[in-house]
Design a protein around this ligand. Structure first.
Ligand code: SF4
Length: 63
């Protein structure tokens, strides 16, 4: 089953460039600007789970 990844904004300070964008192998993490929480482009996300291991903002709902 593909992992379903969600963004839990309460763990994001929303005051910096999201470093997880560079860690996603398919570029599925996007951020409108440095003061917004990251978002996941589900048309790209493969559910690999890498982001859930690098930042607590990203959480898996079916792992
Ligand atoms: S689960 Fe993998 S593909 Fe999806 S946003 Fe996280 S790192 Fe990117």
């Amino acid at each position: 089953m593909k992992k379903n990844i969600v963004v839990n904004e309460q763990f994001c300070p929303q005051n910096h460039h999201c470093p997880s964008m560079n860690r996603c192998p398919v570029g599925a993490i996007v951020q409108k600007n440095s003061y917004s929480a990251p978002e996941i482009d589900y048309s790209k996300c493969t559910g690999c789970g890498i982001c859930t291991r690098t930042c607590m903002v990203f959480q898996c709902t079916n792992c």
